[in-house]
Ligand binder design. Structure first.
Ligand code: TXA
Ligand code: MG
Length: 342
């Protein structure tokens, strides 16, 4: 299969492929998605095949308006909390989980009685959903386990020859996947942190829990509230090591371990002080920029085939920092070198 590269004037071609049961890489403001008609189980099954994704990991259904939820009868009932969150954050990087109807194919829900729904803000994503005239199921458009794609080139690197087309809509502005919140529990609970912060969600809803799996390794044999959380994720091929300690301690530690196969994933302010290869996430404490650059940095590290070890500071858990923390701690397999206690 040859993968066509489409530009934003070719949305009608992408929509025709999707209506026909094909798979298309589409831009969103978070990361690129691998889209298929969410109401066509056979089409959705092709996504799992292209990604090498385990079938027990459910997909997000993307709509082009809040009213699409009712129009396509995706959920049994829209809770008031969903209306409040949609008013505050949609379109945007927030995914809401609600009780699903039988309209949702089992390939999408992976056997759960819920469905995850998102209304993306990217104009090309909205246009292609509207043109296809159906909700689109779409996971991130990377091979299962590798960093999510934030450009059409990233999608091609992973998916060339495995999908029908990729629609180029420029680099993703948020850079990490959407915040996932479940509204199907008594107290709303964040299953994955992303572009909308826990602090912002609490401002709208009051009480919001954060699932244990966001910060910690899932206990052996435990059932993940969000199946995606149990898989090793976002990892470059090199070994990622997270360093907990002051800026100075980090720089000293990395310089003491400098070698040809070592790279520091750092901040702009560290660049002149480090005596190793460096890849910078942006200015210190600019968590929005760190999020936007994170996956591109991990992919660039992979492209340099000599790098075997990556040293990064343990990110802050404040604001969008929590999303970066969540991705990096998984990339590192939850291993942290604590310079404060050694
Ligand atoms: O920003 C995003 O969310 C991107 C773009 C393309 O929209 N999509 C994305 O999809 O990141 P994916 O499949 O890579 O991640 C979806 C996460 C997975 O961890 C999955 O387990 C979880 O959401 N999820 C989906 N449906 C769920 C459900 N019904 N209950 C619990 N978790 C669910
Ligand atoms: Mg993903």
């Amino acid at each position: 299969m040859k993968t066509q590269v489409l530009d934003e004037h070719q949305i009608d071609i992408a929509a025709a492929i999707l209506k026909d049961g094909g798979v298309v890489g589409i831009p969103t403001e978070t990361v690129y998605g691998l889209a298929a008609d969410a109401l066509n189980g056979e089409a959705v099954a092709k996504i799992f095949q292209a990604k090498g994704r385990p079938m027990d990991n459910p997909l997000i259904v993307h709509v082009a308006a809040f009213d699409d939820i009712e129009r396509f009868r995706l959920v049994r009932e829209i809770p008031d909390s969903a209306k409040l969150l949609a008013k505050a954050f949609w379109p945007g990087p927030l995914t809401m989980i609600m009780k699903r109807t039988d309209v949702i194919p089992s390939e999408v829900s992976a056997g759960l009685d819920t469905v995850a729904i998102r209304f993306p803000s990217h104009p090309v994503a909205q246009a292609v959903i509207r043109a296809a005239d159906t909700p689109l199921a779409a996971p991130s458009a990377n091979l299962s386990g590798s960093p999510s794609p934030t450009t059409a080139r990233h999608v091609l690197n992973d998916m060339d020859g495995r999908i029908d087309a990729v629609l180029d809509g420029g680099a993703s502005a948020v850079g990490v996947e959407s915040t996932v919140i479940t509204l199907a529990t008594e107290v709303p609970c964040v299953l994955r942190p992303g572009g909308i912060t826990v602090e912002e969600l609490r401002e709208v809803l009051g009480e919001v829990e954060v699932d244990d799996a966001v910060l910690h390794r899932l206990a052996e044999g435990a059932v993940a509230a969000s199946p995606g959380m149990k898989y090793k994720h976002y990892a470059p091929k090199a070994n990622v090591l997270l360093i907990k300690g002051s800026d100075e301690a980090y720089i000293d530690y990395v310089n003491a371990h400098a070698a040809d196969d070592v790279c520091a994933l750092c901040c702009d302010e560290d660049l002149l002080l480090l005596r190793t290869k460096t890849v910078s996430l942006g200015r210190r404490n600019d968590y929005l920029t760190h999020a936007r650059h994170l996956f591109d940095c991990l992919r660039r590290i992979d492209e340099n085939k000599t790098i075997r070890t990556v040293y990064s500071r343990l990110p802050s858990t404040e604001g969008v920092g929590l999303a970066v923390y969540n991705r990096l701690i998984r990339a590192a397999g939850f291993e942290v070198i604590d310079l404060e206690t050694v």
